[in-house]
Design a binder for this molecule. Structure first.
Ligand SMILES: C[S@@+](CC[C@H](N)C(=O)[O-])C[C@H]1O[C@@H](n2cnc3c(N)ncnc32)[C@H](O)[C@@H]1O
Length: 182
């Protein structure tokens, strides 16, 4: 989140058509909840465009990239790898250790989420396989809870740079203002 070492999110797998919204939402959630960038499979170009467009309008910094070798990213990652999976260790049991590696030791963190079945190699290559509950749900939900635990809520207070527009929080109604008004 720019006050610590890097946090990148890697989306493993993307079924064109079927996963379009989910892959986009992995990117948008990574951005909104404090990751520095998201890496998407190279067949997810439309999701990349949408995330880049939101970043242009609502601010950053946030990076979105395509990769033709998601598993290569994991193998070559210079830092620690967290794989989110319902089969993993309980997030509440390992979050301190992960936070210490990232925050105190300054290790860049790669957070991996799947789509369909995740190859077993990923379970072996990850430093932590982490379950946000051990119940089946979604990569977007798992990612959101994990990032909020990692940052201990600080991501909710962040400022956005180079935004064209900003939402004014309201009890009722919707108000979006142009940042040119300042
Ligand atoms: C539809 S699930 C696929 C589940 C599949 N059985 C597997 O783990 O290989 C898609 C992704 O959501 C995430 N996910 C689902 N449930 C989760 C949980 N309880 N904790 C953490 N991540 C979860 C994982 O990243 C998973 O790869």
């Amino acid at each position: 989140m720019h006050d610590d070492s890097e946090v990148a999110v890697l989306r493993l797998g993307h079924r064109p058509g079927r996963d379009e919204r989910m892959t986009t939402h992995v990117g948008l959630t990574a951005r909104a909840l404090g990751a520095d960038r998201v890496l998407l499979p190279d067949n997810a170009g439309q999701s990349k465009e949408t995330v880049a467009d939101i970043t242009d309008r609502f601010g950053g910094p946030f990076g979105v990239e395509l990769t033709d070798s998601p598993q290569g990213i994991i193998r070559n990652w210079e830092g620690r790898v967290v794989h989110l999976t319902m089969y993993g260790e309980r997030v509440q049991d390992v979050e301190d250790e992960i936070r210490a590696a990232h925050g105190d030791e300054g290790q860049p963190l790669l957070v991996v989420v799947g789509a369909e079945k995740v190859p077993f190699d990923v379970y072996e290559e990850a430093d932590w396989n982490v379950g946000v509950t051990n119940q089946p749900h979604s990569e977007v939900a798992g990612l959101a809870v994990f990032l909020d635990r990692l940052f201990e809520g600080r991501e909710l207070e962040r400022d956005w740079e180079d935004a064209d527009r900003r939402v004014l929080p309201m009890e009722t109604g919707k108000r979006v203002e142009s940042t040119d008004e300042e």
